[in-house]
Ligand binder design. Sequence first.
Ligand SMILES: NC(=O)c1ccc[n+]([C@@H]2O[C@H](COP(=O)([O-])OP(=O)(O)OC[C@H]3O[C@@H](n4cnc5c(N)ncnc54)[C@H](OP(=O)(O)O)[C@@H]3O)[C@@H](O)[C@H]2O)c1
Length: 249
Amino acid sequence: MGLRTFLKKKIYNLKFYKQKKSNLKNQTILVTGASSGIGLGICEKLIQNNKIIAVYNNNFVSLSELQNSNLIKVKCDLFDLDNYQEIEKQIVKNNIDLIINCAGQFGSINQQLTDIDFNNFLNILKLNSLSILKILQIMSKNDRIKYIKKIINISSSGGSIEENKQGNAYIYRTSKSALNSISKNLSIDLKKKYGTSVISIDPGNVKTGMNNKGYLAKEKCAEYIIDIICEDRDYNGSFINLLKKDIPW
Ligand SMILES: NC(=O)c1ccc[n+]([C@@H]2O[C@H](COP(=O)([O-])OP(=O)(O)OC[C@H]3O[C@@H](n4cnc5c(N)ncnc54)[C@H](OP(=O)(O)O)[C@@H]3O)[C@@H](O)[C@H]2O)c1
C-alpha cells in the first residue's frame, strides 16, 4: 500500500473511532448476503443472542465456521425470483422481527455505455433491487409480514442520483437507485399497515469480497449498522450513511 492510500485509509477510519456497543437480543433476524463481507460481519456480531436465518448462495464455508445452534443456513440464488422455496420454508416456520438485506453484486466489470451486458443488468436488478420485494411478498402471502419491526436495505451512495458526479456504473447505480425507491415506498406502505420501519443504509467503503481495497473493516461496519438498528430514533423512510447523516436520493 502506498503512503497516499495508507493516509487516506487512516483518515477515513478516524470517522469511525467511536466504539458502538449496542446489541440486539432475542430477535429472529433474516440476513441476506450472510456468507460474506458486511452480511457475515453482522451475523458474527448477532449470532450469540439472536436467531439468524442466513441466506447464502455459493459461499457455504464462511457460515459453517460460525457453528452455532442459533444459525439456520438457507441456500438460495436470489437471481431466480421463481425459486425462493427454501426461504419460504423458514418464513413459515419463524416470526421474523428484522430483515437485514445485504445481498448484492456490482455487476459486470465494464459498465460504460458501450459495454453494458443487458442480461447481467437484468440479473443484478433482480438481486440488488427486487429480491427484497419478493421476500416480502412471500411473507405477506403467508401472513407473516406483520411481525417485522425493521427492514434494513444495504444500499450504496452510488445509488444517489443527486450525488452522482462521475457517471459510468450504469448497472450498479441503477440497481441501487431502484432499491432506494423500493425502500422509500415500503417505508410508507409498511409503516402505515404494520408499523414497520424501512431504512436504506450506505455502508461506506468496506473491505469485502466486492471491494477488496475497501478502507473499513466489515466488523466496524457491522457495529455501526447494528447501532442504527438499536437507536430509539426512527429512521423510517431515510437513506443514511453509517454516521446517520442523510444522503440525497
Ligand atoms: N463493500 C463496500 O464497500 C460496499 C459499498 C457500498 C455498498 N455495498 C453493498 O453492501 C452489500 C454487501 O456487499 P459486500 O461488500 O459485503 O460484498 P460481498 O462480500 O461480495 O458479499 C455479497 C453477498 O451477496 C451474496 N450474493 C451475491 N449474489 C447472490 C445471489 N445470486 N443470490 C444470493 N446471494 C447472493 C453473496 O453470497 P455468496 O457469497 O454465498 O454467493 C454474499 O454473501 C451489497 O449490497 C453491496 O452493494 C458495499
